[in-house]
Design a protein around this ligand. Sequence first.
Ligand SMILES: [Zn+2]
Length: 80
Amino acid sequence: MGVHECHIAHMASRDRFEIVLTCKKCGFSGTAKVSENDYPFMRHPGFEIDEFPEGMSLAKYANHRKETMIKCFCGEIFHA
Ligand SMILES: [Zn+2]
């Protein structure tokens, strides 16, 4: 049982959810579809934004959501 669980843990089990991105400068907001590995305490959660709301794009990729930077069409760059 333990070995089996360990094997599954190495498979890419992705947790998918949506977050609302809001630009503090112009007030524009939209919903992004994101995913990360399904282990809340991992050092490398592999956070990724799979789908951006229109008008927003990736400014800086990071493994963690709190370090990921989003760029708004108005030029503002902010944390995801
Ligand atoms: Zn903006």
